[in-house]
Each structure stands twice: as structure tokens, then as C-alpha cells.
Design a protein around this ligand. Structure first.
Ligand SMILES: NC(=O)CC[C@H](N)C(=O)O
Length: 243
């Protein structure tokens, strides 16, 4: 049976089409979910794509948090359903408190758009099982509110529990360093995120959020031609088949 992966569209979402395509390229059925749907149409997993949901008013992700679709997603995520938040989706996940911390404006106050190298710190999540620990990948990054922040205590806890899933690890494979911020460690960290954190998971490992965009790097003919993002979508399929 083909796994069904829901892709949420809020007003202002940008990357839902690319995310649906990435799901299909990986071999699953992409199920569009509208922000007003409380019913998740029996999907096995959900992706919250990038964009500017509700225009990023108040704060990125702050209004989406109260949408009907999120009510059910929060419930299901707590029951173990795999959820991936990409960029604006990660911002929504911190606003809902499914993931700890918050996203601040990039330290250079600019929208940063570049190819970004990441280190996959752990393959022990629903969305990274197809990578190896320490593997370096390059996928696009494009945001203005990407500076991950959390209390020291929370950061220590994330590290101790192996929940830092991705760290910024240098400019992307295209070698362009564009947009690195003033507090960044060399050109590696593009926005001043604490401890170079690009993505984290919840304690159970089913909910993952990251700022860079795997859905834009799944086909050799598009973009940088790299397919490093495909592993996110194939990882969750294996998990669903095994379940
Ligand atoms: N690409 C995106 O998802 C943009 C995310 C967000 N609205 C920001 O600019 O920070």
C-alpha cells in the first residue's frame, strides 16, 4: 500500500507544490491539506512546508499555530505521527511548542538565499534514517527569520538527548558564501543560530524541524542538480512501511 503524506497549505505558503512533488519522487502519495481542514484524510505523516503563512504577521508561524489543521496535527504528533517542518514549517512547530526554542531575525538582518552545507548529526529520527551520522549534505536555504535560539538549559538538554539533528557546516556545494551574518562562525553559520543549530527533533524523534529546504533538492535536473534532500522523504517511507 502506498504511504500517504499530507502537505499543508496555509494562506501564504509557497513551497507546497515542491513538497508534494518531493513526496511523489520518493514514492508516496501526496495528500494536500488545507489550513481549515481538521480532518487529516487518514495520512500517515505530515509535512509543513515553507513560505509566509498568514503573511508572517505578528511573528512567523504565530497565527498558523491556531489553525484548525494544526489542532489535529498537534494531537497526532503527540501520538507518534511523523511531522516534518521545513523553514516556515519549523517556525510553526516552535510556535506550537511541539519543538522547543524560537526563531529570531537573521543576525545580519537580511533575507539569506544560498546553497547551504549541513551536517546530519543523527540518523535516529523518522526523517533522517536514510542518512549516516555525521554525513554532510547541501540543500538550499532561504529565509529572514532563521536564527534559532533557546535558553542555555534547553540547548544543553537538546544536545544531551541527541536532538540536535542538523548543524550548519559551511557554504553549500556551489561554494558561494553569500549572506553569512556577523556572529556566524566563519561562513558556516548563515544567521547566528545558537550552537550552529539548523534543525532539531522532539524527544520521540517523530517531529523534526529545520530551516533549509530538502524539497528543493530532490531531482538532478533542477536547481544545483543535487538530490541530497530526497533522503528526508525516503526515510519516513521506510519508517511507515516498517510500522
Ligand atoms: N522560505 C521560507 O519558508 C521563509 C520562512 C520565513 N517566512 C522567513 O522568511 O523566515
Amino acid at each position: 500500500m502506498t504511504a500517504r503524506v499530507g502537505v499543508v497549505t496555509f494562506p501564504g505558503t509557497l513551497d507546497d507544490r515542491d513538497t508534494q512533488r518531493a513526496v511523489r519522487v520518493a514514492g508516496a502519495e501526496a495528500v494536500p491539506l488545507w489550513h481549515r481542514d481538521k480532518d487529516l484524510k487518514q495520512v500517515d505523516a505530515v509535512v509543513l512546508p515553507g513560505g509566509f503563512s498568514y503573511g508572517d504577521y505578528l511573528r512567523a508561524g504565530a497565527i498558523s499555530r491556531f489553525s484548525p489543521v494544526m489542532e489535529t496535527i498537534i494531537e497526532q504528533a503527540k501520538a507518534g505521527m511523523p511531522v516534518l517542518g521545513i523553514c516556515n514549517g519549523f517556525q510553526v512547530l516552535t510556535e506550537t511548542h511541539l519543538l522547543p526554542g524560537a526563531m529570531l531575525r537573521n543576525d545580519n538582518l537580511h533575507f539569506v538565499c544560498r546553497d547551504q552545507k549541513l551536517r546530519v548529526e543523527t540518523s535516529a529520527t523518522a526523517w533522517t534514517a536514510d542518512f549516516t551520522d555525521g554525513q554532510e549534505i547541501s540543500i538550499p536555504l532561504k529565509n529572514i527569520d532563521g536564527r534559532y535560539t533557546a535558553a542555555e538549559r534547553v540547548l544543553d538538554e537538546l544536545e544531551a538527548e541527541g536532538r540536535v539533528v542538523f548543524r550548519y557546516a559551511g557554504p553549500g556545494a556551489d561554494g558561494r558564501a553569500g549572506g553569512a551574518g556577523p556572529t556566524a562562525g566563519g561562513y558556516g553559520n548563515p544567521n547566528g543560530s545558537l550552537r550552529d543549530i539548523a534543525g532539531i527533533s522532539n524527544a520521540a524523534g517523530n517531529v523534526v524541524g529545520l530551516m533549509p529546504h530538502p524539497e528543493h533538492a530532490v531531482e538532478p535536473l533542477i536547481g544545483t542538480g543535487r538530490t541530497d534532500g530526497l533522503g528526508f522523504f525516503t526515510s519516513v517511507l521506510k519508517k511507515l512501511v516498517a510500522a
